[in-house]
Design a protein around this ligand. Structure first.
Ligand code: UTP
Length: 487
């Protein structure tokens, strides 16, 4: 039986209160080294436990539920309940070009009315990439080494220029990325976005548990905590005051994206228009899976509601199923670009322990042994817990799914080499710039030349056309090249 919650405010809890509370939840070991701590160590641990205390019961329950649900939904159970996504197709795939044009117009109006906020999640630890700084600082520019943050800032400045109004940019960091992200923004004058329009805030952390359900002590005076996943962004928007800031500014629609995809079309007006037209509370962008084995979650309908189904959750019958045109039936790969209404975010965040369940993943987590020695295990010794933003989909009364192409909108920097690496992402950017130049009537440089476009000036073929340059020599600073002899 958990000990009854004390009526004291967390900051007034004494060490005895905490001993009772944590002990009552099978977590008394967090104070195992208390007697040997110096004053600073005691202060640190006390502060952490006071912070964790209000959520203690929920955290322990969340751990138990995460473990029980840890096995992926069984493909055979899911099979009778799953149908393909109903997505708005691209005009070239049978979509309605007139509807797309109307959606674009509507989205432009939303932007001009200041109803849209841009929300970047940048709290991840970027383990696979192995870059020793926040991923947003990663140099992605093919010519200038411009960082992912700077590239995104250029896109945001481009929208401000087009709509003639300030455009708020909310950036979620974590303990792992906060200090360096703030330094990068300060050192670069927020990459040209007015400081008043940039809000940086931290997501919450969550304790990790060993396989017996005990919180892991990382050092004698600290419980190990990790960022609580991109799904933690929805509660952090509320607790940080960012959502209240949106209310003050008249923002009712949030464009959510991830830090590592330089092709993201920030606040795409057509997407915004479709979201509004469908009265959706949350929307998803998807790309056509070509290879049935691609490891992306697909948007599908489960029991009549849109949801993301992990590729491991599909049976081969669904995974390989093809329609009369030989296209995959479960084709809609999610690219983690969402629109969410602010009222919807508030609703989901208010019931987060139910609506955004924690997912466990077994990891090697540094710990302190009974003798107080710090250890780094060679094998997984516990679970990190994370929330996923797409779990919110099943909470939405209406969802809008919009098709795009990976070529134009998705090439993330996830790995150090191979698929989804900096090389593949830079190549995708280069190819996109060449397509834009060609479609806009400008000369395309030779293959041995690197091209870089300043998105604050040119953000698509239409901008190339209206700028009116035919050769890159006439393009000024908006297009930079390096290497080769071409100009
Ligand atoms: P990923 O799941 O790709 O994780 O995050 P990651 O941290 O970038 O990389 P790995 O898995 O450790 O190699 C997708 C997006 O979600 C953000 C990331 O910053 C990225 O933009 N994210 C992830 C958070 O903001 N917080 C988290 O706790 C986890």
């Amino acid at each position: 039986m958990p000990a009854p919650n004390t009526s004291r405010a967390p900051e007034e809890l004494t060490i005895d209160d905490l001993r009772t509370r944590f002990g009552g939840q099978g977590q008394g070991h967090v104070l195992a080294h208390w007697d040997r701590l110096d004053a600073a160590g005691r202060e640190r641990l006390l502060a952490q436990l006071r912070r964790l205390e209000p959520q203690l019961d929920d955290l322990v329950t969340a751990y138990r539920e995460a473990r029980e649900a840890a096995a992926p939904r069984k493909a055979t159970d899911l099979a009778p309940r799953i149908e393909p996504a109903r997505a708005i197709a691209l005009p070239q795939n049978g979509g309605d070009a007139k509807r797309a044009a109307a959606a674009r117009q509507r989205g432009e109006e939303m932007l001009a009315a200041g109803r849209v906020g841009v929300f970047l999640v940048a709290g991840g630890q970027g383990t696979r990439l192995g870059f020793p700084h926040p991923k947003g600082c990663f140099p992605i520019g093919p010519v200038s080494d411009r960082s992912l943050f700077e590239l995104q800032a250029q896109k945001i400045r481009g929208i401000s220029r087009r709509t003639g109004r300030a455009f708020p940019w909310y950036i979620m960091t974590s303990d792992a990325t906060d200090a360096e992200t703030r330094e990068a923004f300060e050192a670069n004058d927020c990459f040209g976005v007015p400081e008043a329009d940039v809000t940086i805030f931290q997501q919450e952390m969550v304790p990790a548990f060993d396989f017996e359900g005990r919180m892991i002590l990382e050092t004698v005076d600290r419980v190990f905590e990790n960022p609580n996943g991109h799904g933690g962004s929805l509660t952090a928007l509320v607790s940080s005051g960012a959502l209240a800031d949106m209310d003050r500014r008249g923002v009712d629609t949030v464009f959510y994206y991830q830090v590592d995809n330089p092709l993201v079309r920030i606040a795409d007006p057509t997407y915004l228009g479709y979201h509004a037209e469908s009265s959706a509370e949350m929307s998803c962008k998807v790309v056509r899976k070509v290879d049935p084995m691609e490891k992306v979650g697909v948007v599908a309908r489960v029991d009549g509601r849109d949801a993301i189904v992990e590729y491991t959750e599909l049976r081969d019958e669904e995974r390989y199923a093809r329609d009369a045109d030989d296209k995959l039936v479960f084709w809609a790969g999610s690219i983690a670009i969402h629109l969410l209404d602010t009222a919807f975010i508030r609703r989901v965040a208010s019931d987060a322990f139910r609506a955004l369940p924690f997912h466990p993943s077994a990891k090697q987590i540094p710990y302190v042994d009974e003798g107080g020695e710090e250890r780094k295990p060679q094998e997984p010794n516990g679970y990190k817990l994370e929330r996923f933003v797409f779990d919110a989909l099943t909470e939405a009364r209406s969802v809008c799914v919009v098709e795009t192409t990976a070529e134009e909108e998705f090439s993330p920097v996830k790995n150090a080499t191979g698929t989804d690496s900096a090389d593949t992402s830079r190549a995708a950017l280069q190819a996109q710039y060449r397509r834009w130049l060609s479609a806009g009537g400008a000369r395309v440089p030779d293959d041995d030349v690197s091209v870089e476009i300043d998105h604050s000036v040119i953000d698509g073929p239409d901008d190339v056309r209206s700028a009116g340059f035919k050769t890159l020599a006439d393009a000024g600073e908006a297009v930079r090249i390096a290497g080769g002899r071409d100009r």
